[in-house]
Design a protein around this ligand. Sequence first.
Ligand SMILES: Nc1ncnc2c1ncn2[C@@H]1O[C@H](COP(=O)(O)OP(=O)(O)OP(=O)(O)O)[C@@H](O)[C@H]1O
Length: 626
Amino acid sequence: MTKKEFKAESKRLLDMMINSIYSNREIFLRELISNASDAIDKIYYKALTDESLTFAQDSYYIKIVPNKDDRTLTIIDTGIGMTKEELENNLGTIAKSGSLAFKKENEVKDGYDIIGQFGVGFYAAFMVADVVTVTTKALGSNEAYKWQSSGADGYTIEPCEKDAVGTEITLKLKENTEDDNYDEYVEQHRLQSIIKKYSDFIRYPIKMETTESKLVEGTDDEYEEVIEEKTVNSMVPIWRKNKQELTDEEYEQFYKEKHYGFDTPLKSIHLSVDGTIRYQSILYIPETMPFDYYTKEFEKGLELYSNGVLIMHKCADLLPDHFSFVKGMVDSEDLSLNISREMLQQDRQLKLIAKNISKKIKNELQSLLKKDREKYEKFYEAFGRQLKYGVYSDFGANKEALQDLLMFFSSKEKKRITLHEYVSRMPEDQKYIYYASGDSIDRIEKMPQTEMVLDKGYEILYFTEDIDEFAIKMLMTYSEKEFKSVSSGDLGIEDKEEDNSNDADPQEHKELLDSMKEILAGKVKDIRLSKRLKSHPVCIATDGDITIEMEKTLNAMPNNQHIKADKILEINANHEVFHSLKQAQEQDKDKLALYTNLIYNQALLIEGLPIEDPVSFTNDMCKVMV
Ligand SMILES: Nc1ncnc2c1ncn2[C@@H]1O[C@H](COP(=O)(O)OP(=O)(O)OP(=O)(O)O)[C@@H](O)[C@H]1O
């Protein structure tokens, strides 16, 4: 049996390459600039082993020359150039990467890493150009060649004149159509912004003539157009610099330049990891919440670079949702990119980096909490809610990692404290971590249910956000202590023997409680004598897992399932109101119904719950007054 080779329809292949690989046309410039940078790198590598060569970094550059009249864009480099044979091989064969071959031959190391690997980037030029002309002179050669192609039809190669070693690629831009404007690729500002976006950290200067309007010397209102050659890229990626050499101002400057936010970041984290996967990263904890943070429009993610070239603007997979506020970038030379560089071929490396980054962020936040409380509180004010979501979501998968970053307002301290701080000062006889939920600190402070817990000298955490109780339910315990709502049926507080002020006998008042239960049938699950009330006559407690605040939150959700908390009406047997109830029970059943309804509605009001029938409530009030 003879084995046959596959044939390829090269015209169709080229057409597919040009039109299907990239989703964004502007990246043609990134590809050509990366090739130019690779070509210069190759001289650098050659110079390492060839003593007759010296590599003077300053003499190498890339130049972008737009020509509006001819509608051409030329990319010039002072790199290694190509011989006639290399032109044939590299630009005449699709998917042949001279750069990859070079990398393998020269065992490229030490950070000057060559970008090209697939042998397709060059053809991106045909996304914007009808005709591409390459003139090139290889290092060490006296001959120069011109390669020209209009795409699928093939190419020509002929000798030409060129003094300097290097390559010049001229694109004759396509004609504009109704939908597409190609003129933008000869516009100075547009080109500058594409270079800044993708190629800002190419190691060699990318030069361009720029026209700027400047004040004429000696005048104060006369301007003239000045043409200057400028380097438009920053060249040295700040993340490749040594941490010790960088100042806070430089990190802040980078944050602003990259438009990560308008604020001044609270903290920057600079990572340089050289493990199973190598990467560098600069991360920021912003100071203020972006205006769209809690909207559908907000996109989390970090910038992803491969060898200093931007691959993805917002790589969401690098950040877990609970740290979605983090801004910054990651650069790695170890990513397996797909052919368009728009995606990654496998996400194992990305997962590793993401895991690593997530750990670092957590550690940095923890150290901020320890070392700079004020800053941490500022951070928590803006993004604490997201951490609580993090505890709750994914069925609590991250709760352990996040629990020590949480803070809640304390009844004792009158400011936010951590769970660790709470537990570490719990009196020995205190079994639970107590919390009270309500709309605001003010309201919670006035809640009758807190009386007994406070009286015992126990601290209460105030929950004012709807997510709080859900997060805590997911956490279940902290340091082996369970959480308990001050409104829950059983507070788990044992009365000291001498304190029997709340020890009224329920049996003794059974008849009254039963009559009241009948009056409030369907509204409350039970009526009990309270152990927690001191000065207030009445409150609502709950049995079971659903508390009043949770009921409110669940019922405010779009898929409202009318979930109800099991409400218990608690009455303070030591309060004068209780005696009035007792009297009414004995003398006037209508009065008992009136009083019972009144105190029930009062309890609802205190909880911030709506009164079912406000008109009959006010009528009842009037009846008491007249
Ligand atoms: N400006 C240049 N100077 C010298 N050689 C070049 C230049 N541009 C391209 N080449 C050669 O042509 C080859 C093919 O380039 P092309 O951009 O298609 O692929 P690549 O850069 O190797 O890989 P990738 O598709 O990953 O960018 C390169 O590998 C390189 O050998």
